[in-house]
Design a protein around this ligand. Sequence first.
Ligand SMILES: Nc1nc2c(c(=O)[nH]1)N[C@H]1C(S)=C(S)[C@@H](COP(=O)(O)O)O[C@H]1N2
Ligand SMILES: [Mo]
Length: 230
Amino acid sequence: MEGSEKLNRVVEARMKLKARFEDKMSLTPSVADNKPMGKGNPNRHGMPQVPIGQTITNKWPVLDLGIQPDISLEKWRLVIDGEVEHPVELSWQEFLALPQTEDTSDFHCVTTWSKLNMNWKGVRLLDLAALALPKDTATHIMCYGYDEYTTNVSLEEALKPDVLLVHTVDGQPLHRDHGGPVRMITPQLYAWKGSKWINRIEFLSKNKLGFWEERGYSNTAYPWRNDRYS
Ligand SMILES: Nc1nc2c(c(=O)[nH]1)N[C@H]1C(S)=C(S)[C@@H](COP(=O)(O)O)O[C@H]1N2
Ligand SMILES: [Mo]
């Protein structure tokens, strides 16, 4: 397929997907809460900059399961499968050839630290979904890391424009400690919803619990509702 035709197809699929989830997205707490808990000036979604119970840090702590997989760019793959019309498996070159998005957003960890204004570069989950075309029955994703980590996210959260699979932070390649070569970020949810060393995104027709969700962490993880544990 010719480049521009391919791009048109992705853009069209993306607009359709966005339209399909727009209503649900506009009702989610991180954009539509009328009593969000926190302090500071409103962020770009109208939420107080620092969610309740969070303290700003300038350092960037490292949290993992005690394994930091070492994935070379040659071996790196991203699989998108499950409830989709077109399962895909992307190499590093194919991933970088997708439309790249740059964004600055905040990072809220459930262990009560927040790091503000992080500049990210990567691919929107929405754009990846537009490649794989989720079936009408798809409601959630399960993300898998190379370290056996899993975490589940509803599609109305995962398809928001802030959700990226990033390879660059503050102008530098994402370090292995923080999930490089590629991790997911979910600025509107606690950070455990973003898998480091991401390797697979499985679309699901019903919700399933990931690693921490099975161990009592919240299914939804809304920072401005102090929604940490279930
Ligand atoms: N693959 C993987 N992703 C993960 C984790 C993990 O252990 N493995 N920890 C999660 C948790 S609990 C948090 S708070 C953030 C931490 O990201 P950081 O180490 O870059 O600060 O990654 C999340 N993603
Ligand atoms: Mo965490």
